[in-house]
Design a binder for this molecule. Structure first.
Ligand SMILES: NC(=O)c1ccc[n+]([C@@H]2O[C@H](COP(=O)([O-])OP(=O)(O)OC[C@H]3O[C@@H](n4cnc5c(N)ncnc54)[C@H](O)[C@@H]3O)[C@@H](O)[C@H]2O)c1
Ligand SMILES: [Fe+2]
Length: 391
């Protein structure tokens, strides 16, 4: 029986080559916005992408906040809020990867709700509706342009907090593959793998529905068939287009299902060691898939099929294992590190990270029941390698 609990997508999406040129000025004029805060980072500015926004703003009053860090911080949100108040912004335009869009979501929340972003951890912990946000993704990765979450690092606590709620979704998303052409190979690789992890975790989530599963499977197909080309031939617009659409579909899916153990374990690593989100997920995902496969081998078998594996004559468990191998191979082909050995980690932080990981709403929807001890063991395997795994 096809049972559908719910499916939400509050964001109005304009997709395609030239979507920014087609969409932005119409949104601004149609809503009579006068003062615009642009939120971005230095890399986007250097790539010349912010010009595509300012060229369209003409006579309007605008300011640019470009100090966003990867794994953006509470401080980024506070600085951008000061800029917002200085120009009395009535709309925010975010152009960048998940980091810039997440700062923008936090700032739109803080524009209408007092205090620090730290006060709003969890779902729907804020009272007032947000300032409107136009989100323009430049990575095919997080899909923050359509999700109702923002992930911010509190540097003092070395903790990544998630703030969520349907009203946190951007009002508009302008999703244009042309702006992803300037992504360097390494960032294409790690953000693309993040998008694949979103699709895999959404597909196997306990909250998956027929609609979210359809979106997640198509995302897996698109990403696994195009990521290598996007990394090694960044000018290939067909690959860029399929990657961005794959990332978007995965985002629409996981926005409804949440994710799983990989994202739960990933945030504490990024918060403490500063490892990029996509890299952390890429290294963790094979360990998480191996842990989850016995619980839902039929779902992992589907993933192997969508990744183009030859499954002839294989048992169900072998087909599930083929999905793990397919992800490992893709990761290796696009030159993502296969372990954390170059990041100077040790086991001293594992208990603390496991406590933080258990706070994530993603553990509850993971397909295999996961306890604190499981999280500790998964960290030992992923961080400590073979030696610690024997402990
Ligand atoms: N809100 C959500 O739903 C959600 C989901 C997953 C991850 N996240 C968060 O998103 C953040 C990661 O975002 P990300 O992976 O998109 O990376 P990012 O935004 O941190 O960007 C990474 C780097 O890529 C550069 N870059 C981005 N696009 C470029 C382009 N087109 N050309 C040249 N350079 C470009 C940036 O300047 C930056 O240096 C993490 O903090 C993660 O926790 C949020
Ligand atoms: Fe992610």
């Amino acid at each position: 029986m096809n049972e559908l609990g719910f499916f939400k997508n509050p964001t109005q999406i304009t997709y395609g080559m030239g979507a920014i040129q087609r969409g932005l000025r119409g949104i601004i004029d149609g809503n009579q916005f006068k003062n615009v805060l642009i939120i971005t980072d230095k890399g986007i500015l250097k790539a010349g992408l912010v010009d595509q926004i300012t060229n369209q703003l003409g006579d309007l009053n605008y300011a640019i906040y470009d100090e966003t860090q990867s794994n953006p911080t509470v401080k980024n949100c506070e600085e951008a809020k000061t800029n917002l108040m200085e120009i009395n912004a009535d709309v925010v335009v975010a152009i960048g990867g998940g980091s810039s869009i997440d700062v923008a979501k936090a700032v739109c929340l803080l524009a209408t709700n007092d205090g620090s972003i730290n006060d709003y951890e969890g779902i729907d912990q804020f009272k007032n509706d947000l300032l409107p946000l136009v989100a323009i993704p430049t990575t095919a990765g997080t899909a923050s342009e359509v999700t109702n979450f923002t992930v911010i690092t509190d540097e003092e606590r070395q903790y990544k907090l998630t703030v969520g709620g349907v009203r946190l979704s951007p009002k508009w998303a302008l999703v244009d593959p042309l702006v992803t052409k300037s992504l360097p190979p390494s960032i294409t690789a790690e953000t693309g793998l993040d998008a694949l992890v979103h699709a895999i975790e959404s597909y196997t989530s306990k909250m998956a529905t027929p609609i979210s599963k359809t979106l997640a499977r198509e995302a897996i197909r698109k990403i696994s068939a195009n990521l290598r080309q996007a990394v090694f031939n960044g000018d290939n617009l067909v690959a860029r287009d399929n990657m961005l659409m794959g990332s978007l579909l995965a985002g629409l899916a996981f926005n409804n299902t949440r994710l799983g153990n990989c994202h739960a374990l990933s945030h504490p690593i990024s918060a403490i060691y500063g490892v990029a989100h996509g890299v952390t997920n890429s290294i963790l995902i094979p360990h998480i898939m191996e842990f989850n496969a016995p619980a839902v081998p039929e779902l992992f078998s589907d993933i192997a099929e969508d990744m183009g594996e030859n499954m002839e004559g294989l048992t169900l468990m072998e087909r599930a294992e083929a999905a793990v191998q397919a992800v490992k191979k893709l990761s290796k082909d696009i030159k993502i590190p296969s372990d954390f050995s170059s990041f100077n980690m040790d086991e001293s932080q594992i208990d603390r990270m496991a406590i933080d990981a258990m706070k994530s709403g993603n553990i509850a929807v993971n397909p295999r029941i996961t306890r604190y001890e499981d999280v500790v063991n998964l960290y030992k395997k992923a961080i400590g390698g073979a030696e610690l795994a024997r402990v």
